[in-house]
Design a protein around this ligand. Structure first.
Ligand code: 4AD
Ligand code: MG
Length: 447
């Protein structure tokens, strides 16, 4: 029996007979030749049957096999520059063919254009399409790179709870659920507060899991359920935080370039843009960024852009502001020192400027915008309590959190990286809904 191989290792089998186990993505038929594009979960390979070389009945089966039927293809690997596939450049000359299950009737996602809603309704099948497959392969590699870097750099994984007693990132995006006799519990918006406890036991930690935001807005950057990795470090200030973030992001991008070249190329991504993503990254203060935006706004002839860039000191940047800022740099850019009022309750004030926080967002280039948000955390328990009251958060639920400031508190910082926004940027795609296997949007919870 020839060996069962994965299409990604096909280059090692030129001249040999192999078996591919997979599904028929596409089929064409030209006189004495039948071409199948077969996918096996690792790539796509062209398989060719030549009438006269195989049993006539088998040829007819191959020439008429319905799209998405599951099959076992036996054949000899040939190098052929013209052959489509992923990786392209190889084809299999079919010597044997077995149908595992023949599709009956028409496969819903035929190989023509379909509308986004139709595809989203068929997400369980849409993920088989090369573009979606490539994006989700990149996602898996990004997650692997995230864990690899953190595990190799002294971080301990801490799994933080998903059912939580209170908000971390503002009360307007909370999902509540009845929790026995304890009142309402909320799906976690972030694991950060728990990680602030964890660093006093483990110094450097991270949590990595799904987080939930009842975002009322429908944008191309927001999901209701998304995955976030949150590193938190003891004895770390804002500068230390930015240094860690730039090393971390550089590692992720370079790892994807190493392991997912074919996937990125198949998505039409310009690799030279990603090759530049190497630390250090530029840094700009909120004040300077606001000045730049004011300049851009003054100089533009586009009345719509003028309107969209309208902003006062104190406002958080929205996506139009971030998009303009990222156009000024080839690499991700750190924007630090946001106004206190625009950010979460837990951020350490800037020394001598209490209206500014020691916060930093990292904006991905090419208009992608915020992929991480982080800060140094408040150390003073009295100030923390004051902020909790200002933000009208339930004091009782934060007793343990304030407690941390009494027992060996140290300067500490952390950030959260949104996996889906990172995938969208690295893959160069427009909408975040394609970056997660089953997206949850304000108007979609199926399939
Ligand atoms: O800026 P955010 O809200 O920060 C936090 O949650 C902090 N507690 C993190 C920390 O310091 N430990 O979220 C962090 C990142 C954003 O930069 C963005 O990439 C992503 O999470 N994010 C979302 N991604 C998709 N859909 C949403 N609704 C998102 N909200 C945030
Ligand atoms: Mg943020």
């Amino acid at each position: 029996m020839p060996p069962v191989i994965q299409t990604r290792e096909i280059a090692d089998y030129v001249g040999q007979e192999v078996i591919i186990r997979g599904w028929v993505y596409n089929r064409t038929h030209k006189g004495k030749l039948a071409f199948l594009l077969v996918r096996d979960g690792y790539g796509f390979v062209q398989c060719v049957a030549f009438k006269g070389e195989i049993d006539p009945e088998l040829f007819e089966t191959i020439a008429h096999i319905p799209q998405e039927s599951s099959v076992l293809v036996t054949g000899t690997v040939r190098a052929d520059r013209r052959a489509p596939g992923l990786p392209g450049g190889f084809e299999i000359g079919i010597t044997g063919f077995e149908v595992v299950q023949a599709v009956v009737g028409e496969y819903p996602i035929s190989l023509k254009e379909h509308g986004v809603d139709f595809l989203a309704d068929h997400r369980h099948l849409w993920i088989r399409v090369p573009s979606q497959w490539a994006i989700l392969r990149v996602r898996s590699t990004i997650i692997s790179a995230i864990r690899e870097w953190l595990d190799n750099n002294g971080f301990t994984l801490m799994d933080t709870p998903i059912l939580t007693p209170a908000a971390c990132e503002g009360t307007t995006t909370l999902f509540g659920t009845e929790y026995f006799d304890e009142g309402t519990a909320y799906l976690a918006q972030s694991g950060q507060l728990y990680n602030e406890a964890n660093i006093f036991a483990f110094s450097k930690v991270y949590c990595f899991g799904p987080t939930f935001r009842a975002e009322k807005s429908k944008t191309r950057r927001h999901l209701i359920e998304f995955w976030m990795v949150e590193p938190e470090m003891a004895f770390c200030d804002l500068d230390g935080l930015m240094e860690i973030e730039e090393q971390f992001i550089s590692h992720i991008v370079q790892r994807v370039l190493r392991d997912c070249r074919n996937e990125l190329l198949s998505l039409g991504r310009d690799l030279s843009v990603l090759e530049q993503i190497v630390a250090p990254f530029p840094r700009i203060s909120y004040d300077d960024a606001l000045a730049k935006l004011t300049e851009i706004r003054a100089e533009t002839d586009d009345p719509e852009l003028k309107e969209r860039l309208n902003i006062q000191w104190g406002d958080d940047f929205g996506s139009p502001h971030e998009t303009e800022l990222t156009k000024l740099f080839d690499k991700p850019v750190f924007v630090y020192g946001y106004p206190t009022g625009a950010k979460a309750f837990y951020m350490e004030p800037w020394p001598g400027r209490p209206d500014v926080s020691k916060s930093v967002d990292l904006l991905a280039p090419e208009g992608y915008g915020e992929i991480t948000g982080g800060s140094e955390r408040i150390s003073d328990p009295d100030l923390l309590l004051e902020r909790i009251r200002e933000h009208e958060l339930p004091e009782d639920a934060f007793r343990w959190y304030i407690d941390l400031r009494h027992y060996g508190s140290v300067p500490h910082s952390g950030f959260g990286l949104g996996v889906e926004r990172t995938v969208a940027w690295i893959c160069g795609i427009d909408h975040i809904r394609e970056t997660i296997p089953y997206p949850r949007l304000i108007n979609r919870v199926y399939p």
